[in-house]
Write a protein that binds this ligand. Structure first.
Ligand code: NI
Length: 180
């Protein structure tokens, strides 16, 4: 089921979401929520979605980076469910890149994130997994964890000349893609 996405200004996006208790992932309602989050992310062509974005203030997020028309330059990454993600380490090295957010429609912003990140998170089957990520996947993880802490990417921006509407982003800022 496709869920309604909270937009910037809704207080749920500014709350610190709560950890889910052990075993939460076995509850049919929890499994349904995760399925619905995946459906919603795919419907709106996002590369990630955090539970507070669908009005559920729990520390759950999904990420899936496929050949995505909204992010043609991002390398693929299969569906990853992050439950109670915890950061183990972030690189001191930072990387500037563009990101968008389904809760902030029609905008892209350029901002620095740690180039590499290592996290621990529970998956949808209750298995604890360590994930070491770099590039766009590392960026997506940091973006989603920010949502769980009540932050959006605009909070991380230091130079608003790197803020663009989507059309202008594609026209003036997007990396050249094949055939363009
Ligand atoms: Ni977002």
């Amino acid at each position: 089921m496709i869920l309604k996405v909270a937009r910037l200004g809704h207080p749920v996006l500014r709350e610190r979401s709560k950890n889910v208790p052990a075993g939460w992932w076995n509850d049919p309602a929890s499994r349904q929520l995760i399925r619905d989050m995946v459906d919603t992310m795919r419907e709106y062509r996002g590369v990630g979605l955090a539970a507070p974005q669908v009005h559920v203030p729990l520390r759950v997020a999904v990420i899936e980076i496929e050949s995505n028309p909204r992010y043609p330059e991002a390398p693929a990454r299969p569906l990853t469910v992050l439950i109670n993600p915890a950061v183990i380490s972030r690189s001191a090295e930072m990387e500037d890149d563009w990101e968008g957010c389904l809760s902030i429609p029609d905008l892209r912003g350029r901002l620095a994130r740690a180039a590499k990140i290592e996290i621990e998170a529970t998956d949808e089957n209750g298995n604890v997994q360590k994930i070491a990520a770099d590039g766009f996947f590392a960026r997506a993880i940091q973006h989603e964890i920010d949502h769980l802490d009540g932050k959006v990417y605009l909070d991380r921006m230091t130079d608003f000349s790197g803020l663009a509407h989507l059309d202008e982003y594609y026209r003036y800022h997007a990396p050249a893609t094949e055939g363009s």
